[in-house]
Design a protein around this ligand. Sequence first.
Ligand SMILES: [Zn+2]
Length: 502
Amino acid sequence: MEVRIAIAGFVDETMTFLNEPTTADHFEPAVKRGAAVLDGSGKIPSSFNQDYINGYLNVLRADGVEPVPVINVHKVPGPFTSWITHECFERYASETVALMRSVGKVDGVLLALHGALAVSRVPKPEAELCRRVRAVVGDAPIMVTLDLHANEDHELTDAADAVFILKTYPHVDSEEIGEIAARCMVETVRGGFRPTQALRRPGIVSASIFQGTHDQPMKGIYERCRMWERQPGVYCVSVAPGFAYADVPDIGMCVIAVTNHDQALADKVADDVSAAVWELRDSFFRPLPKPKEAVARAMELVARGERPVVIADGADRIGDSTQVLHELVAQGARNWAVPGIYDPVASDQLERSAKVGDRVTLRIGGWYGVHSGQPVEIAGTVAYVGRPRYTLVGPMGKGRTVQDGFVARVDLGDNRHVVVADRTRGANDSSALYAVGVDVASLDIIPLKSRAHHRAFWDTVAKVNMPIDAPGYREIPDLSQLEYKNIPPDIYPIGRKWREGR
Ligand SMILES: [Zn+2]
């Protein structure tokens, strides 16, 4: 009898410190149903959970197991929105349940989640989704893959049979974690594996910019996970450092150990890793230079021949903040290119009237809110207008095609370039700059709006990676500046208990 495994997804990394709520309108154009769920060639380039699904398929197909596609709920990239409305969650959770019923009996369910949904009036959305799926599939195993920017607690491990989390940031193991989950599923369904798992919460929250796995402390933490994974009976040990920009009750780190039919071992491993993480709690923060100091330091490094320097403004999730651009202009830096300032008004104006060779003066950026900084006036020559299509060349998403919206490159002279875009535009590798005609090799300073994902590529090119502390919207390094209402009082270091020194 053929084994059938259902596949569904519901992913978002909801930042709750933005202005507008997230509704079904922000998801619906990107939602895939039925056979399309298995098609990895969709038009959403950064769909990480598609990579989990690709990993599931590698294993299921190799094992002669039938994948049963259900639904994959994924947001359209940008505009950036805040809390997911209750109505929106209900709509897709109900649809997932209805479609899960309609596919008939399945032997197991693989859920490609992210772990950072933040939903009004649904405190633990991923656990809630799992419980609803459980009501459909009964005792059939449910296994979950998560991004490491996940906020979860025991409710999820109570509802799912096994949970697996990425171990790389920049995320380059999404397909691999999908395979690990699917292999566990197949062996469980065939009777060769009995998943037992333990979850621990060390009680720490940290900013994304300090969670990169090229550096300590996360590098060492994952080495410890892998050390345990080499022990007999231990299948997978995960640590999610969490997503700090959601004001949710299960914010922060969690450790999950999955073992084969050995609860005591799962408990022991999770206790060990959780205790090790707690010991490292003060290494998840260090002061970073502000934009003014960072640009000055970058110029000094360049003058000493240490080039190019990447300035990584991790706080700006919208793509409109101007603090670094302002400093580059004010301090007279040369040989730099800003890959994207998201400005709907300026890009609309350029799209309607600008052609290559025109002289323009524009005020750009700084429109979203107070933390974006003031608009910056730039004057230069339009050097590119269009909707470039290009292929990613870095380890993240290599070979994938990106279709930009409207972009214009303005050449300010002295090999200084600003790309104005009609949406958030990043450059996790050099392709986004080459696509608009920038000679990347000639650049001294590469100002990016990124926390860690850029490092998979730019660390191979840049002499220095310089993370900075800019205000932005609002993945700021210093979490004590955010106004949380729902987080646990004892979460380190920003819970009430630690702030008030009690
Ligand atoms: Zn992530």
